[in-house]
Design a protein around this ligand. Structure first.
Ligand SMILES: [Mn+2]
Length: 381
């Protein structure tokens, strides 16, 4: 009989999303909605779900949020294990409060790991080794306590929260599965690949994970502008010989944080380039996509007028658009002068005839439209 494990974590429920202003509340609500979806829908077809830390966002999580979470967990159709992470460590009191709330609901299929001790699931033929974090900055060894293999352990799975030793401040050795004779290690804390491509990341690539028998669950929702990925959960199927037969990431994320650049120096049309930039997010709800877009390159004045119109459209379509416009629009003498603007022609002619310095000449040309605009207005009124 194979065992199907759903691995998730890092929900950071009730995160404030402070930088999103009036949009923050819809992001918070979506985070909770995604949690409900994962626990009640994604769990289908699995034997056990593990939450690898940071289910909650902060030490001061309000009790009503903990109660709401307990209500959902109690409805989870399969066995569930919750691991306290650095955002919701044991000392915060959150794990204890959650455990009490679950007890009150007779939800004995949900285990909150308050201690580092094995949990044996006889029906599944599996022993889980959860390593809760006790404090926010808990740097204790999360695996040395795991006992040697004994007959009857069945599948040995460790559950941890932290970075690999290959990363700065990382505490989990890449070969911890070999060191502790574990069949599988499931980790949380590392949310996802900032590039958006999990297979290109040594941390999240599924072949690499299989080789070290250590998988990062990935966050079900991206949570800030440096997380350019779609949130997912990890579905693992382990065979009788304790080998992972199948590992797949299932996209569940609705929130998107996009941080990109469009450069207009190439041949492509401005409108085309902007629409191909937002194209991947057209299926998302615009109010749940935070877009930071930097524009670069050099365009003509005519193109600049067209660009302004395009950007206004884009802003209407994407309420969370944060633009950084670095586009250069060189001003040519020929563009400034025109038969329809005799005053401008006159000033430019005088400027050419004078022995003004290059610097002064450039400054006057730059200010000319403003000078002329002022003069025109003065004539009108
Ligand atoms: Mn964490």
């Amino acid at each position: 009989m194979s065992i199907k494990i759903l691995a998730t974590g890092d929900f950071q429920l009730d995160k404030t999303f402070g930088t999103l202003g009036e949009h923050a509340e819809s992001f918070r609500k979506q985070l909770m909605a995604t949690f409900n979806h994962v626990m009640l829908e994604s769990t289908k077809g699995h034997d056990i779900v593990v939450i690898a830390g940071d289910l909650f966002d902060r030490m001061g999580t309000p009790i009503h949020i903990i109660q709401e979470v307990a209500k959902t967990l109690a409805k989870c159709p399969i066995t569930c294990v919750v691991l306290p992470g650095n955002h919701d460590p044991v000392i915060s009191g959150i794990p204890k409060a959650l455990s009490e709330a679950l007890k009150a609901k007779n939800a004995s299929h949900v285990h909150v790991a308050l201690k580092r001790e094995p949990i044996h699931f006889e029906a599944l033929g599996m022993t889980l080794y959860p390593a809760p974090l006790f404090r926010k900055d808990d740097i204790s060894n999360q695996y040395a306590w795991i006992p040697a293999r004994e007959e009857g352990d069945g599948l040995r799975v460790a559950l941890m929260h932290g970075a690999l030793t290959t990363l700065p401040n990382g505490l989990i050795p890449e070969d911890v599965a070999n060191q502790m004779d574990l069949d599988l290690v499931i980790c949380g804390d590392q949310h996802g690949p900032s590039s958006g491509d999990s297979e290109a990341s040594p941390l999240f690539n599924l072949e690499t994970s299989k080789a070290r028998r250590l998988y990062y669950a990935m966050a079900p929702e991206a949570q800030n502008i440096s997380q350019n990925f779609t949130g997912s959960v990890l579905s693992l199927e382990v065979d009788d010989a304790h080998a992972v037969m199948d590992a797949s990431r299932i996209d569940v994320g609705v929130l998107r944080f996009v941080n990109g650049t469009v450069n207009f120096d190439g041949e492509n049309d401005i409108e085309e380039q902007l629409s191909s930039f937002v194209e991947p997010y057209n299926k998302h709800q615009p109010g749940l996509v935070s877009l930071r877009l930097e524009l670069t390159g050099e365009i003509t004045r005519n193109e600049s007028v067209a660009l302004q119109a395009q950007l206004e459209d884009l802003g209407r379509q994407w309420p969370l658009l944060d633009l950084k416009n670095l586009v250069a629009v060189p001003q040519e003498d020929a563009e400034l002068a025109g038969p329809e603007n005799p005053l401008q022609t006159m000033i430019q002619d005088a400027l050419h005839a004078s022995d003004a310095s290059e610097e002064l000449r450039a400054k006057v040309i730059e200010l000319l439209p403003i000078i002329i605009g002022g003069a025109t207005n003065a004539q009108k009124y």
